[in-house]
Ligand binder design. Structure first.
Ligand SMILES: Cc1cc2nc3c(=O)[nH]c(=O)nc-3n(C[C@H](O)[C@H](O)[C@H](O)COP(=O)(O)O)c2cc1C
Length: 222
């Protein structure tokens, strides 16, 4: 397979898409959509979001240095898009989308009850990058729908039906894993058995019949 040189944009895909809630000093609340977000540190737990200075949310978050990341489910993809194409400057997005706002536990910013996962954050630093400013924030608390926890207390994010954003389009997350951390070197027989059908790329190439990669469609002959 040949490669094409591609310059001028970040082709990192897919990424999560999230709803950020904020509240200014006068008590006004807002929500907007963010795709440039990521986990950046384990201890202390930290994440980042990149915001263009012209957003209303930029003003609110810079003022209070607090925000909440709300992870939407695929059933909230219309709301997610709407909050990313309308500004709180002229639309009350929280009201229009019918979101139920719950009081934050660790910060003075409410979270969206309907979103299955909510992450409360305190901004630690802001780095201007160019079009966007990078907000580095510490996670001070999280809320997770109890139906995402199994009897052992393990969180099943895959049950939340989360959304991936990929080159301008929204995709649902698959519920079926194709591997898990460390499975490629597992010694545990249960883990070996669970993923024995997942091969290396070179094995797939040499084993056409049992591949999980999409098969090439045969051209119809007329
Ligand atoms: C899928 C999607 C992802 C987005 N990601 C970002 C982002 O990472 N950073 C940003 O500043 N704006 C992003 N936007 C644009 C803002 O959400 C949009 O300008 C919004 O209207 C700003 O709202 P506000 O003025 O109420 O804060 C995104 C929009 C969409 C639809």
């Amino acid at each position: 397979m040949s490669k094409q040189e591609f310059k001028g944009s970040v082709v990192l895909n897919p990424v999560p898409v999230v709803l950020i809630t904020s509240k200014n000093k006068e008590g006004k609340e807002n929500v907007f959509t963010v795709a440039w977000t990521g986990t950046i540190c384990t201890k202390p737990p930290m994440l980042s979001i990149s915001i263009r200075p012209e957003r209303l949310s930029y003003e609110y978050i810079k003022e209070t240095l607090e925000f909440t990341v709300n992870l939407p489910s695929s059933h909230q993809v219309r709301e997610t898009d709407f909050c990313g194409v309308r500004s709180g400057k002229d639309t009350d997005k929280i009201k229009e989308m019918g979101f139920t706002m719950k009081k934050g536990t660790h910060i003075d910013v409410p979270y969206i009850k309907e979103c299955p996962i909510n992450i409360e954050c305190k901004v630690k630093s802001i780095i201007p990058l160019g079009t966007h400013d990078l907000f580095l924030a510490e996670v001070v608390g999280s809320h997770i729908n109890s139906d995402l926890l199994d009897e052992k207390g393990k969180i099943h994010f895959e049950w939340a039906n989360l959304v991936n954003y990929c080159h301008g389009e929204y995709f649902p997350m698959s519920k079926k894993p194709i591997g898990q951390f460390g499975f490629s070197v597992a010694k545990n027989s249960e883990l070996i058995e669970k993923y024995k059908h997942i091969k290396t790329f070179n094995e797939y190439k040499s084993d056409d019949n049992k591949t999980i990669l999409p098969k090439k469609k045969k051209k119809k002959k007329y």
